[in-house]
Design a protein around this ligand. Structure first.
Ligand SMILES: NC(=O)c1ccc[n+]([C@@H]2O[C@H](COP(=O)([O-])OP(=O)(O)OC[C@H]3O[C@@H](n4cnc5c(N)ncnc54)[C@H](OP(=O)(O)O)[C@@H]3O)[C@@H](O)[C@H]2O)c1
Length: 383
């Protein structure tokens, strides 16, 4: 079935339910294998119970897809995916198989533009198979620990971006769910001063901001221009450049109503893109961080020997000295930044509409796609 297409007759419905059944078969066989091993050790006899819980779950999942189908015949496959939250058995299987992962009870999950782009099928060539539970960012509580996990234990409050490679095989069971399985190396302990909503707003965006500054070799005393300073990533680039890397001058662009925010984050110069073209202003910068897709203009305002880092133009050719990259999620960046987060020097910006409850996840996606959010969109509470 084409992603983005409308699910519109019994054939498609059958495909959706087949997907659920297939995922369950795999996960049940994993779980049974592990549990049988446990039984051998303990000499217990719990097979009937396992079968029952597996079947219950299977029926629940099928009921969910059937209910959605009957209620909203125009549901797209992506919308069904958003609501497929009953993957606990599959996740437990993942933990036992990999050993490196923990199972998290999701408390809050944040959205990023990659979520809506993925939903439109932009990355379908490298995406995981349907059915997909979307979501990259999470803050939650560890409820189960794999055998190889060294630094986390049950009850730890953690956060992270669960997909090491954003576009290359992101997890089939993501964070818009009750539970998610995550490799330990992608997580960090939640900053003590933050609640789960604030922590969920950090990982993908702040890690991208940090990796981009490092790749651009941004140094203390240098100047930087941030294009889209009020977005999820840009709001962190401004703060990190100023308060962590020690920038001498930070400039950033946004529309009129968000200029004050840019200044409050540490921008020395706030440029209103509705009134001025940054490329026509006299200032030049050591680094330009493009978080909007204006790399052609950006290269006009970079100093000789400087660099332009773009996180948007990842498939187009970029004129020198520009380059682009896609984030590699890494919990150690979060740990490194922990002192700045816990001291309040660097903080997440939550859009005024945040949080959206899980029931309103569709509205949250629509808002995300409007490209008007100021800072981050977080989903809370979760089911
Ligand atoms: N390569 C990677 O690894 C990577 C990682 C993360 C994100 N990304 C990409 O980076 C982009 C930004 O992500 P994000 O999470 O920061 O986005 P975002 O939070 O959705 O950005 C929303 C902001 O964009 C601003 N904006 C819209 N048009 C603008 C313009 N012409 N100039 C300046 N600002 C403008 C809006 O402010 P106004 O209302 O003031 O216009 C709004 O505050 C997305 O395309 C995302 O997919 C890539």
């Amino acid at each position: 079935m084409e992603r983005g297409s409308t699910v519109n007759k019994e054939k498609d419905y059958a495909e959706v339910t087949d997907c659920f059944s297939h995922a369950l078969e795999i996960s049940l066989s994993n779980t049974k294998k592990v549990e049988n091993e446990d039984e051998d050790e303990e000499g217990s006899d719990g097979e009937d119970e396992e079968d029952k819980s597996g079947l219950d779950l299977a029926w629940k999942m099928l009921d969910v897809s059937r209910a959605i189908w009957e209620k909203e015949p125009d549901y797209t496959i992506e919308k069904i995916n958003i609501l497929s939250v009953l993957a606990e058995v599959a996740l437990e299987g993942e933990i036992q198989n990999e050993g490196m992962a923990v199972l998290l009870k999701v408390v809050a999950a944040a959205l990023n533009p990659v979520d809506y782009k993925r939903r439109h099928g932009y990355f379908k060539a490298t995406d995981s198979p349907l059915p997909i539970v979307p979501g990259y960012d999470v803050a939650g509580v560890v409820v189960k620990v794999g055998s190889e996990v060294k630094g986390l234990k049950e009850g730890d409050e953690v956060y992270g971006d669960v997909n090491e490679k954003a576009l290359d095989g992101p997890k089939q069971f993501g964070t818009l769910a009750e539970y998610v399985a995550v490799e330990e190396r992608l997580l960090a302990l939640k900053p003590k001063n933050m609640d789960f909503v604030e922590a969920a707003a950090l990982p993908l965006a702040i890690e991208t901001a940090y990796e981009g500054l490092e790749r651009a070799d941004f140094k203390e005393g240098q100047s930087i221009l941030v294009l889209n300073g009020a977005g999820g990533v840009g709001s962190f680039v401004i703060q990190l450049a100023k308060h962590v890397f020690g920038a001498s001058k930070v400039a950033a662009t946004s529309s009129t109503t968000k200029l004050e925010l840019l200044e409050s984050l540490g921008a020395d110069i706030a440029i209103d893109y509705t009134k001025e073209n940054f490329e026509e202003l006299p200032d030049k910068y050591d680094v330009v961080y493009d978080a909007i897709g204006q790399v052609e203009k950006a290269v006009k305002v970079v100093k000789e020997g400087g660099s332009v880092v773009s996180i948007v133009s990842i498939t187009t050719s970029i004129p020198p000295p520009g380059f682009s990259f896609v984030l590699t999620s890494n919990g150690s960046i979060l740990t490194k930044l922990s002192p700045y987060l816990e001291s309040g020097k660097v903080k997440p910006i939550l859009d005024p509409k945040t949080p959206f409850s899980f029931e309103n996840v569709k509205e949250a996606y629509t808002y995300l796609e409007s490209h008007r959010a100021m800072g981050k969109i977080v989903i809370y509470p979760m089911p």
